[in-house]
Design a protein around this ligand. Structure first.
Ligand code: GLV
Ligand code: MN
Ligand code: MN
Length: 403
C-alpha cells in the first residue's frame, strides 16, 4: 500500500504547479483541475470502480457489492481543486487516501455488504466562482441551479460556459447519488497545529465554525494624484484600508477571524486616486450569532469612515455557512476504534463534509497532522508516515461502516 499511495502522490505532483512558487493552482474547470479529474477516472477504472459524472462537475467512483443488498452506501472522498497558490494536501490527500484505503480493504479481503463511493467534489475552494463547496452544494440542493447559473468568474465567464469549455456535460441540480448515501467520511489534512501540539498523527472533527464571505464595494472619485490636494480627495482606498484594520481589530477582540485576502481596484493606476475598491471579507467565528455581531461591527466602522472620506459603501453577502456539528454517534463510533481514542477537534476551515452534514447526511471527518499548521499556502505539509497512518485509519473506519 505505501507504494500505491506514493505512486498516486507522485502522479499528481506536477499537475497545476504555480508559475512562480512551489505551490499549486488547480482552478475549477481549467486544464489543471480537469487533468486531476481525468487522473481520478483512470485510477477508478484501474480498480474496477464504476465512474459517475453528476452534471455538477463532481466525479464519483463506486465499489459496488457483488450482490446488491439495498443497504445505503458509505461515501468518502474530498476535492482536487485548490486555492490560488495553494498547497499539495488540501483536498488531494483525502482523494488519494480514499483510493489507497480501498486497496487496503481489498488486501484485507474485505467484501463490503454495501457500496463504497469515492467522491471528488468540484470548486470546493470557491476560488473561481466565489461560492465555496459549489459542487457539493449543488449536489445536495442547498444551492439552486438558477443561482449557480448566475455565477461568473473574475473574467466574467459564466459557470455553465466554463463547464462546457472544460468538456463537462452540465446538468446542474440535485444529484441522484445523494439518495443512496447513508454516511460520508472525509479525510483531510489538518489546517492548524492542534494534532501536532497533542503529538497525535490522526484525529476526528467535532464541528466547523460558521463562515461568511462578504463583498465590500467602496466608491469615490477618481482624480489626479499630483494636483488633488489631500483634503479634496474622496479616496475609497483609504476607506478600504481603515476597514481592513478595523476587521483585524474586531476579530482579535472577539476571538474570531477576519481576512481581506482579495481586492480589485479601479482604475488601478499609480498616478490616480482610485474611483473604486472592491474587497472581499472572509469572516469566521465560533457561533452564528458571534459571526453576525462581528460582521455588523466591521460594517459599522466601514460606514463611519466612508462618511468621513466622502465615499460610499455597498455590502453584499456572497455566502454564509452556518455552524456545523458532525454526527456525534458516528464520530464516537469511529473514535472508539482505537485505544486510546483519537482526539476529536473543531476546525475553522470549510469542507464539503460540512455541506453534506448540513443536508442531513450523517458525516464525520478524519484529520491528518500538519506539522507546519500552515494551509492555503505552498508550506502546507503532512509527513508521509502520517499520511499512511491516515490511510490505515480511513480503511479501519470504512471497514467498520460496511461491516
Ligand atoms: C476552505 O478550505 C475554506 O475554509 O475556505
Ligand atoms: Mn479542503
Ligand atoms: Mn481549502
Amino acid at each position: 500500500m505505501p507504494e500505491d499511495f506514493e505512486r498516486m502522490w507522485a502522479d499528481l505532483d506536477p499537475v497545476g504547479r504555480s508559475a512562480r512558487t512551489t505551490g499549486y493552482f488547480r482552478q475549477p474547470f481549467t486544464s489543471a483541475e480537469r487533468e486531476c479529474h481525468a487522473w481520478f477516472v483512470e485510477q477508478c477504472e484501474r480498480r474496477g470502480l464504476r465512474v459517475e459524472h453528476d452534471g455538477n462537475g463532481n466525479t464519483l467512483g463506486w465499489w459496488e457489492p457483488a450482490l446488491d443488498t439495498g443497504e445505503p452506501a458509505v461515501l468518502t472522498g474530498s476535492h482536487l481543486d485548490s486555492v490560488v497558490d495553494g498547497g499539495a494536501y488540501d483536498g488531494p490527500l483525502g482523494v488519494v487516501s480514499a483510493l489507497a484505503a480501498i486497496d487496503v480493504l481489498r488486501d484485507r479481503g474485505v467484501q463490503p455488504g454495501r457500496a463504497i463511493g469515492v467522491a471528488v467534489f468540484a470548486e470546493e475552494e470557491g476560488s473561481r466562482f466565489g461560492l465555496a463547496c459549489l459542487g457539493s452544494r449543488l449536489a445536495v440542493g442547498t444551492t439552486t441551479p438558477e443561482r449557480a447559473a448566475e455565477l461568473r468568474d473574475p473574467d466574467g465567464v459564466a459557470l455553465l460556459d466554463a463547464m462546457i469549455a472544460a468538456g463537462v456535460d452540465p446538468g446542474l441540480g440535485r444529484s441522484g447519488w445523494v439518495d443512496r448515501v447513508g454516511c460520508y467520511l472525509e479525510l483531510h489534512v489538518e489546517q492548524g497545529r492542534d494534532l501536532d501540539l497533542r503529538d497525535e498523527p490522526v484525529g476526528l472533527a467535532s464541528a466547523i465554525w460558521p463562515h461568511g464571505r462578504y463583498r465590500f464595494d467602496f466608491t469615490g472619485q477618481a482624480n489626479h494624484a499630483g494636483t488633488t490636494a489631500m483634503p479634496d480627495r474622496h479616496d475609497p482606498m483609504l476607506t478600504y484600508a481603515m476597514t481592513a484594520l478595523a476587521a483585524n481589530k474586531q476579530a482579535r477582540l472577539a476571538g474570531a477571524r477576519a481576512t481581506f485576502g482579495r481586492i480589485d481596484v479601479g482604475p488601478n493606476a499609480t498616478n490616480a486616486v482610485p474611483s473604486r475598491v472592491t474587497a472581499w471579507l472572509d469572516a469566521r467565528s465560533a457561533s452564528d450569532e458571534a459571526l453576525a455581531t462581528l460582521v455588523a461591527a466591521i460594517e459599522q466602522q466601514a460606514r463611519d469612515r466612508a462618511g468621513r472620506d466622502g465615499t460610499a459603501l455597498e455590502l453584499t453577502v456572497e455566502s454564509v455557512s452556518p455552524a456545523v456539528r458532525f454526527d456525534v454517534p458516528l464520530t464516537e463510533r469511529l473514535a472508539s476504534l482505537t485505544d486510546p481514542r483519537r482526539p476529536v477537534i473543531p476546525t475553522a476551515a470549510g469542507h464539503d463534509a460540512g455541506v453534506l452534514a448540513a443536508a442531513g447526511i450523517p458525516t464525520a471527518m478524519l484529520f491528518v497532522r500538519n506539522p507546519t499548521g500552515v494551509s492555503h499556502s505552498p508550506a502546507e505539509h503532512a509527513g508521509m508516515a502520517d499520511c499512511l497512518l491516515g490511510v490505515e485509519a480511513l480503511a479501519d473506519c470504512l471497514a467498520e461502516l460496511v461491516s
